[in-house]
Design a protein around this ligand. Structure first.
Ligand SMILES: *Cc1c(COP(=O)(O)O)cnc(C)c1O
Length: 400
């Protein structure tokens, strides 16, 4: 079958909740992917940062195949020999006391929200049913009804109400607005260290630190959604590490499995996650031995291969080159590590046409919001590969 045949099938039989670029991939290795006609592309999206370790990482693949041949699913009705090791390794790596495993990012966010509400009632003493959680305008935390209910993106909500009450929105990057929104019923403030889907928005320096202080002063949990910014993407283990901030609750997903399998988790100390009792919360696949074995290997690959430092080094180089690029279309280049956004001026007429032109040149990236091109290649990228991509990006941004 040819690419257009797959596209026609997908368009006929799949719900159209995405508008993918017309490239049909069937193989990947490291930063490279190949389409069904054998053309090679450099993946500059990494499946929204789920592929930090690169496509088809040999060690993670091996761990997955070995575990798949032994045991894949027990449910949490029984125990398995991988989940305890994953939990221990994650806690040792991050300094938290406990882990609660889920599968997708949205589920882990929901879990963090449940944990915060429970903490609010049981520890802080908020009257039952009255807890408030503060979130930021421009957030992206997933697609469940509760989560889209506190999105400020109208399209994410339209037609999906009614929504879960108890969420208050404040502008992102504005610590004073956060403090002003706090009431005696506030239990948590949830924030992305950098808003990824929101357009790679980096908050002002000191924002997270100030947010931490405010949460401490008002006895509120700080929840960091590190699903996109965590696990090395920004050049530190967590995005919050840039300000030496330790959130009370951290949500991880995406690259936790290196892109081989959906694995997400909530990390926190016993004072929060210890509040869950048997039966309070669960997931059939959460904590399964296949996912746990994959995540264990994916985490050690991040560390063993120095991918976090590499993200910092290559990211600085990429941002520097993009910032020096003389293009009439670029309004701003921003980002940290290998989470980079190129904000285009109105005269660029949208980011989508650049993503499409870059696809033809062999670089895969995606627009986020009308006017931002996001570049977030796997963290295994080499300087040579960055140069390869830059040559094409520079051409598209100057000649198109
Ligand atoms: C991708 C993402 C999510 C949702 O993860 P899913 O696995 O798609 O449910 C939540 N928060 C952030 C910051 C994300 O980037």
């Amino acid at each position: 079958m040819r690419a257009e045949d797959y596209i026609a099938l997908e368009d006929r039989y799949n719900a159209h909740n995405y508008k993918p670029l017309d490239v049909v991939l069937n193989r990947g290795e490291g930063v490279w992917v190949w389409d069904v006609e054998g053309k090679r592309y450099l993946d500059c999206l990494s499946s929204y940062s789920a592929l930090n370790q690169g496509h088809n990482h040999p060690r993670i693949r091996q761990a997955m195949m070995e575990q798949a041949a032994k045991l894949t699913l027990t449910g949490r009705a029984f125990r398995n020999d991988q989940l305890p090791l994953l939990a221990k390794e994650m806690c040792e790596l991050t300094g938290y006391e406990m882990v609660l495993p889920m599968n997708t990012g949205a589920e882990a966010v929901e879990t963090a929200l449940k944990a915060a509400r429970k903490w609010g009632y049981q520890v802080k003493g908020v009257p039952d049913g009255r807890a408030e959680i503060i979130v930021c305008a421009g957030n992206f935390h997933g697609r469940t009804i509760t989560i889209v209910g506190f999105s400020t993106e109208e399209q994410y909500k339209e037609g999906f109400g009614p929504f879960t009450p108890g969420f208050i929105t404040v502008p992102f990057g504005d610590a004073e607005a956060l403090e002003a929104a706090i009431t005696p019923r506030t239990v948590a403030f949830m924030v992305e260290p950098i808003q990824g889907e929101g357009g790679v928005i980096v908050p002002p320096d000191g924002y997270l630190r100030r947010g931490r202080e405010i949460c401490d002063n008002h006895n509120i949990l700080l929840i960091a959604d590190e699903i996109q910014t965590g696990l090395g993407r920004t050049g530190k283990f967590f995005g919050c590490d840039w300000e030496d901030v330790r959130p009370d609750v951290v949500v991880v997903g995406k690259a936790l499995s290196g892109g081989l399998y959906p694995v997400s988790a909530v990390l926190a100390d016993r004072s929060v996650l210890g509040l869950f009792n048997p039966g309070d919360h669960g997931s059939t696949f959460g904590g399964n031995p296949l996912g746990a074995a994959v995540a264990r290997e994916a985490l050690s690959v991040l560390v063993d291969e120095g991918l976090i430092d590499n993200a910092q080094v290559q990211g600085e180089y990429l941002v520097g080159r993009l910032q020096r690029l003389e293009s009439d279309y670029i309004a701003e280049v921003r980002g940290r590590g290998l989470l980079v956004g190129v904000d285009l001026k109105p005269e660029a007429r949208g980011a989508r046409r650049f993503a499409e032109a870059l696809k033809d040149e062999g670089v895969l990236c995606k627009e986020t919001h009308e006017n931002v091109l996001r570049f977030a290649p796997p963290l295994v990228i080499t300087r040579e590969d960055v140069d390869w991509a830059l040559e094409r990006i520079e051409k598209a941004l100057t000649e198109l």
